[in-house]
Design a protein around this ligand. Structure first.
Ligand SMILES: Nc1ncnc2c1ncn2[C@@H]1O[C@H](COP(=O)(O)OP(=O)(O)OP(=O)(O)O)[C@@H](O)[C@H]1O
Length: 827
């Protein structure tokens, strides 16, 4: 038997303890050659050291393989893995705890007030609406608008399939009333129509036919409840990430820009009268730059062609006038070229402002020259694609980054863009319109300016919906070519493009026609697009790759074949390709044959035809846009959670979560103030102590790591295991106690003690937070044992547990509570 050796405890003296036999295998590792120097965890450089350990991994003594049961019961590893997952996600978002709770409290209040103003405006809008009804999003369905087969969501029961509406006689009456019949996995439900209108949500967007994984069960709603909770927590996490990013950004500092004296002149050179939304956006951006001390991170959101560019140009002028550089980032070289041309033109009266376009079509030496000019500050405005984000591009004095269509960049590039946000001002332009409702609800979370009205002289696009006919295609194209315009011809698939090409080449033999689709080599595609932009190609036969981006004022006819295969939002975006100047534009929507379309599809298309007024189509597609807009604002968090609960409930939960952001806040307790009154007196086996070499130091470092934060503690435990193998039971309990204290501190629990079968945790946690946390707990065992009473969380156990088992129980219970922490604001 191992001899036992007392070690100074963390807070209580060690107790002699015999190791359980199951862990005796673990001691085999003690026979392995020892690593010299001994465990070298350096509390002042924990991250660096971990990396070093990672890379040195090969030279470490390998712990003996662990049995399945050892692995299974290793709750520390499970917790560590989860923490690592959560942290790496937060790391990618550059979220770091940066403020104390008072400071955070003030910011949260600020965000809350801004949001309240947004919601107030929304109410005002509704009043203006005159009907008192909701404009924009309305969550509930009108049962009479449902089609047999549509998926619906009942908040209490879950996802079912709508069958129909029929008269039936309710119990205890002989008057038949109308019922909505819904099929569930285990039977049919009927709901009086009035009730259905209150209780039902749609699962899909109007023209989507996504199938849910399963239908819910009428007689067992537990699965549905779980899904709903999962959805709620996921949404809550997104909101918190957004909030934390915002708080983080508000901490950054830079001196405000001086108001450029030449600005008035620059403004006067804009040839148009700005729309009211543009005016507001100009004011917003100017305030961000010249009045605020935090770098700007503003989104300019508006439909294609609504005049976002001028907002960016004025920001550039302000920054460049102060002697700083501005970078304009576009997702493709064609768009970069487009921006370059516009900027060159607008800045032509200012020859001192030097402008460059970095493109991969440049020769190596040209590129080198450009890079040198950027580095030496000889270029003031640099336009280009993601190549501008590369490490070879060294800026001299970068002040502003303008990003066009950020959602079209890759993950790595977005991360790079995010990293700029802490030091330079960033203006993001997005052509994904955000529904006003969503925008207002999000006010306070992200700075955005909405341009929702088109420039005045824009002429509505004339939309023509009909069955496909070659004659109609020819006459539409002929009309456009005769007025020297250009034509987009869009098909839903690559297959079929060639066939259209043949037909058009025969009909218009002297016209330059080309094909563009996403599977082409990028060089070929960009060449084609460039030629189309230059007017060399007159007809572009393409897939929906033209859906966003291109601004070709001379292309004013778009033909969309097999229109039934496109989503409403897609059609809306596609149609927006044309009508970007003051010429009347035409959109021809062709379906193959009426008999092949469902009534429903036809009705929806007809709605698109009727909504030809500018902005009206937008209203029609608003809900659909909501999801994209949401992605734009949130940086495309996975909206996979939509599938769990359906679209309408998702948005309802989102709005609820947004409006309750300050309620979901946990104020951590300083680690030193947390009292764990469960006396564990353990002795570590002497073999292990000998093996550790410097056990007292290691224990001290463990405590230091726990004091610092969860990440450090996790790293400490992982390093310990990597170096010395899985610890013996007594050390595991010791570590668990540290974890318990750390988790308690983060959860706002100041004291944990046991009194008979009762475990009591004193906490500052609010009831709402407690509810959110416990609802999302994975195991019923812990959840069912917990009760919230004022400032205490209590658990009644079945029997009084021995102290080590009690620590195990508390460790498990807190680990589960801790899993919800990412969904909470933690300052
Ligand atoms: N207030 C205005 N009145 C009339 N025309 C305007 C106005 N503002 C901008 N324009 C013109 O409208 C056209 C489209 O504007 P702009 O390119 O800025 O749109 P955008 O919102 O940036 O679109 P995209 O998403 O394609 O980049 C340009 O030719 C621009 O000069």
């Amino acid at each position: 038997m191992s001899s036992l050796c007392p070690i100074p405890e963390l807070s209580t003296p060690f107790l002699s303890k015999t190791e359980p036999s199951s862990s005796s295998k673990l001691y085999r590792k003690l026979l392995l050659p020892r690593r010299v120097p001994s465990f070298c965890y350096n509390p002042s450089r924990p991250l660096k050291l971990t990396n070093a350990l990672y890379t040195e991994n090969v030279s470490l003594p390998k712990p003996p393989p662990r049995t399945a049961s050892e692995q299974e019961r290793d709750s520390i590893s499970l917790l560590n893995e989860r923490i690592r997952r959560d942290y790496s996600k937060r790391d990618a978002l550059s979220i770091r705890p940066v403020m104390d709770s008072d400071e955070a409290g003030r910011y949260i209040q600020l965000v809350k007030e801004q949001q309240q103003r947004g919601l107030q405006k929304l109410k005002g809008d509704r009043a203006k609406d005159g009907k008192g009804g909701e404009k924009g999003f309305s969550y509930k369905v009108d049962p009479y608008n449902l089609r047999s087969g549509d998926y619906v969501v009942h908040k209490k029961v879950g996802i079912g399939r709508f069958v129909g509406i029929k008269f039936d006689v309710p119990k205890g009456s002989n008057e038949p009333i109308e019922y909505v019949f819904i099929e569930y996995a285990d039977g049919m439900a009927k709901l009086p129509v009035k009730q259905a209108a209150r209780m039902l949500y749609r699962y899909n967007l109007p023209n989507e036919t996504k199938r849910p994984r399963t239908l819910s069960k009428l007689n067992d709603t537990t699965v549905w409840e779980r899904r709903k909770t999962k959805g709620k927590v996921a949404i809550q996490k997104m909101v918190v990430d957004l909030m934390e990013l915002y708080l983080h950004r508000l901490k950054q500092r830079r001196p405000p820009y001086p108001k450029a004296p030449a600005m008035a002149e620059f403004v006067a050179q804009f040839p148009y009268k700005p729309t009211p939304d543009q005016k507001q956006a100009f004011i917003d951006v100017e305030k961000d730059l010249t009045e605020r001390e935090t770098p700007m991170d503003r989104l300019i959101c508006g439909d294609v062609g609504f005049g976002k560019t001028e907002v960016a140009l004025r920001a550039i002028f302000c920054v460049v006038s102060a002697g700083k550089q501005a970078m304009v980032l576009a997702p493709t070289i064609v768009l970069a070229k487009q921006h370059f041309d516009v900027i060159s033109e607008r800045f032509s009266p200012y020859p001192d402002i030097r402008l460059g376009l970095l493109s991969r079509f440049q020769t190596r030496s040209e590129k080198e020259e450009y890079l040198d000019m950027i580095k030496n500050g000889h270029l003031d405005i640099i336009v280009g694609t993601h190549s501008l984000l590369g490490s070879r591009v060294v800026y001299n004095n970068l002040g502003l980054l303008v990003v066009d269509e950020e959602q079209r960049f890759g993950v790595k590039q977005k991360e790079k863009i995010a990293s700029f946000k802490t030091s330079v001002d960033v203006l993001t332009l997005s052509a994904t319109p955000i529904p006003r409702t969503l925008y207002l609800a999000l006010t306070g979370f992200r700075d955005a300016s909405l341009i929702s009205t088109p420039p005045p002289e824009r002429v509505p696009i004339r939309t023509h919906l009909s069955a496909y006919s070659k004659e109609k295609v020819i006459s539409a194209i002929k009309y456009e070519l005769d007025r020297d315009g250009q034509v987009f011809y869009v098909l839903p698939r690559i297959k079929g493009l060639e066939e259209v090409m043949e037909f058009l080449e025969q009909s218009f033999p002297d016209t330059e026609i080309a094909i563009a689709h996403g599977k082409q080599y990028s060089k070929q595609l960009e060449d084609t697009m460039e030629k189309f932009a230059q007017g060399e190609i007159r007809i572009l036969i393409c897939t929906n790759i033209v859906e966003s981006g291109l601004d070709i004022q001379n292309a004013n006819t778009i033909i969309i074949q097999d229109v039934q295969q496109f989503g409403l939002a897609q059609l809306y975006q596609l149609r927006g390709r044309v009508g970007r100047a003051d010429k009347e534009a035409h959109a021809y929507l062709f379906y193959p044959d009426k008999s092949l379309l469902s009534d429903q599809a036809l009705e929806r298309l007809a709605a698109l035809e009727e909504c030809c007024e500018l902005g009206q189509g937008f209203q029609l597609a608003e809900r659909d846009m909501g999801i994209r807009g949401f992605g734009t604002i949130f940086g495309e968090q996975q909206t996979g959670d939509v599938g769990n609960v359906g679209i309408d409930l998702f948005f309802e939960m989102l709005f609820e979560s947004l409006s309750k952001v300050d309620e979901h806040r946990v104020v951590p307790v300083p680690y030193q103030d947390v009292q764990i009154d469960v006396n564990i007196n353990t002795h570590l086996p002497s073999d292990y102590i000998n093996y550790l070499e410097n056990p007292m130091e290691i224990i001290g470092e463990a405590e230091e790591a726990a004091k610092r934060d969860m990440w450090s503690l996790m790293q400490f435990a992982e390093n310990l295991r990597r170096q010395y193998g899985k610890e013996p039971y007594s050390m595991e309990i010791l570590l668990k106690k540290l974890y318990v204290r750390r988790m308690a501190a983060d959860l706002g629990i100041s004291r944990i003690y046991a009194s008979g079968k009762m475990v009591v945790m004193n906490t500052n946690m609010s009831k709402q937070v407690y509810k959110l946390i416990t609802e999302s707990m994975a195991s019923d065992i812990h959840r069912n044992a917990l009760i919230y009473e004022g400032d205490q969380i209590k658990a009644e156990l079945l029997l009084e547990l021995p102290r080590e088992q009690l620590i195990n129980w508390i460790f498990q219970c807190l680990s589960e509570l801790y899993a919800s922490l990412p969904a909470l604001i933690k300052y």
